[in-house]
Design a protein around this ligand. Structure first.
Ligand code: AMP
Length: 225
């Protein structure tokens, strides 16, 4: 195992702020970011085969099939820039995906260094989901109330078009949160038993959370919490 591998997995409910933290880490730590949700939205926007296969599933807030998701992850792992660590967000979403991910990493002599659980009560999550905005071009995240883009609906980072996601609707939120509780929460236990889970209260200031994550990346491995 490479002791300097900085692979970090961000876990937590939809809307908890995984994307925002991932983009701060990407900038400050120069780590590449893989969001399976962003990757799927890009495929949908391009109208690729994958995109047409998953479009309706993603818009309904259901899970895409493991084969498609694993293929996206596997392709990124082949890239040189992913070789010394990366920030993963939106994956794994089930214990099965976590096991398959471990298999992909192990085949390359790697493993998850840190799994970070960003926690927040459900009322906070709903408020965040309700105002959530995303850049259609680079995936940067904003919030209509707490963190609007500086100029209208133009992205501060790439000038792309900032918009509401197609799956950000109240009926879909309820469904996604239910699916999260049933299928994704067990992933926390999976990483806890492997001694690499770290819980962070995501009601704190976004910058304070980012500082904590940066500190974590400088440690070798967290103890079980
Ligand atoms: P996200 O941007 O992480 O909220 O993901 C948006 C949507 O993409 C999800 O609601 C799913 O439809 C799909 N998706 C993203 N990641 C995964 C995954 N790991 N497994 C299955 N579906 C996923």
């Amino acid at each position: 195992m490479n002791p300097t591998d900085r692979t970090i997995v961000l876990l937590g409910s939809p809307g908890v702020g995984k994307g925002a933290q991932a983009s701060l880490l990407t900038t400050s730590e120069r780590l590449p970011h893989l969001s399976t949700g962003d990757a799927l939205r890009q495929e949908i926007a391009k109208g690729s085969d994958i995109g047409s296969r998953v479009r309706e599933i993603v818009e309904r807030g259901e899970f895409a099939d493991d084969g498609t998701i694993l293929e996206i992850v596997r392709q990124r792992l082949e890239r040189q820039e992913f070789s010394s660590g990366f920030v993963m967000d939106g994956f794994p979403r089930t214990v099965r995906q976590a096991k398959l991910f471990d298999g992909l990493l192990a085949a390359r002599g790697r493993r998850v260094r840190h799994a970070v659980y960003l926690s927040a009560p459900e009322d906070v999550i709903i408020r965040r989901l309700t105002g959530r905005l995303v850049c259609a071009d680079c995936g940067a995240t904003y919030h209509s109330e707490f963190q609007p883009p500086e100029s209208g609906m133009r992205c501060d980072r790439c000038c792309g078009h900032v918009q509401r996601r197609a799956d950000d609707r109240p009926d879909i939120h309820i469904e996604r949160l239910r699916t999260y509780r049933e299928r994704t929460q067990p992933v926390l236990e999976y990483y806890r038993t492997r001694g690499c889970l770290h819980e962070v209260d995501s009601r704190r200031e976004i910058g304070d959370i980012a500082d904590e994550l940066r500190g974590l990346l400088r440690t070798k491995r967290v103890s079980a919490s």
